[in-house]
Design a protein around this ligand. Structure first.
Ligand SMILES: Nc1ncnc2c1ncn2[C@@H]1O[C@H](COP(=O)(O)OP(=O)(O)OP(=O)(O)O)[C@@H](O)[C@H]1O
Length: 302
């Protein structure tokens, strides 16, 4: 059963329709991404899911509850990541955890949560003295302290360095493994590809596709290219005879084999049979970026 259901959601700011009929359903235990460029309507959509904004049309249900009508009950089930600016500078990490625990009927042990998030040593540190990564981890801890069924994380890794970003991804997977369903807003393709089970791609307030990252990519182009430098001359015919191969071209000292299915396996098996080794072997295929261009007719960041 879907734990989050959004159907025909509309939200206007004055004359501007920021969300224009958005619909998607998130299954229990998924990491579900909302991916789109700046201004696409991602934050507005999740704020309607969290009950922070009143929709102008459509329906939203989270664990069967209406975020507008059942706000009090929903607060107990849903953990939302705070925007950085929402915590007072001088509040200490331990005080913030204590305060947020008091909002919930059945909070988890926040000391344990700080340990999991590697923040125990920062317990007496003021918010303003934390690094970007530590602030991010604290905001995740605050989202999880109420032992939520659903966590909404918005622009989780913006401003983090690559290592902190990867650590945060590992952390989110661990949270999901504890049974929390995660709704994740992102405009990072890599983050969406790495973390999300499924994605809703949003552009100009509308959903243009809902699928797995691999599913989105394969809608665009399921061709792959294997490039390599063969250690000895190879008759192209032994490659073109393979059902996976559609073409073989020479590019200087390299061969470029285009095809579908288990192309890499098929090509390397033939090379092994002919005692040819492949140097500088690379496999290329369409990316989520390419999928976005095909789905919307323009590059992601325009
Ligand atoms: N409170 C508001 N008042 C007026 N317009 C708003 C308000 N909040 C958002 N908007 C506008 O609505 C549109 C969607 O904004 P939203 O923040 O939902 O997009 P987003 O996809 O989350 O973008 P970003 O990735 O930049 O955060 C944008 O054009 C934005 O300028």
């Amino acid at each position: 059963m879907a734990i989050i259901e959004v159907d025909g959601l509309v939200k206007r700011y004055g004359e501007h329709t920021a969300v224009d009929g958005v619909g998607f359903a998130v299954e229990q235990g998924e990491i579900f991404g909302i991916l789109g460029p700046n201004g696409a309507g991602k934050t507005t959509t999740v704020e309607c899911v969290e009950g922070l904004r009143t929709p102008d049309g459509g329906t939203v249900r989270v664990c069967g509850l209406d975020p507008q009508r059942d706000d009090g009950d929903l607060r107990q089930l849903l953990g939302a990541q705070l925007q950085e600016s929402e915590l007072p500078d001088k509040l200490k990490v331990g005080e913030a955890m204590e305060l947020y625990s008091s909002f919930y009927r059945d909070p988890v042990d926040w000391r344990e949560l700080l340990r999991t998030l590697n923040l125990t040593e920062k317990r007496n540190t003021q918010f303003r003295r934390l690094s970007g990564g530590q602030k991010q981890r604290l905001s995740i801890a605050l989202a999880l302290v109420g032992d939520p069924k659903v966590a909404v994380l918005d622009e989780l890794t913006t401003g983090l360095d690559p290592q902190a970003r990867r650590d945060t991804w590992d952390l989110i997977e661990a949270v999901r493994d504890r049974g929390v369903t995660i709704l994740l807003v992102t405009h990072f393709m890599e983050e969406a590809e790495r973390l999300c089970d499924r994605l809703a791609v949003i552009d100009s307030g509308r959903v243009v596709a809902v699928d797995t990252p691999a599913g989105l990519v394969s809608r665009v182009d399921d061709r792959q290219r294997v490039r390599f430098r063969p250690s000895a001359p190879l008759d192209h015919a032994v490659l073109t005879a393979l059902p996976e191969v559609t073409s073989v071209e020479r590019a200087g000292s390299r061969l470029v084999v285009t095809g579908t299915g288990d192309l890499l396996l098929a090509v390397t098996a033939v090379l092994a049979r002919h005692r040819v080794t492949a140097a500088e072997l690379r496999v290329e295929q369409a990316s989520l970026d390419d999928a976005f261009v095909t789905l919307t007719g323009r590059p992601f960041d325009s």
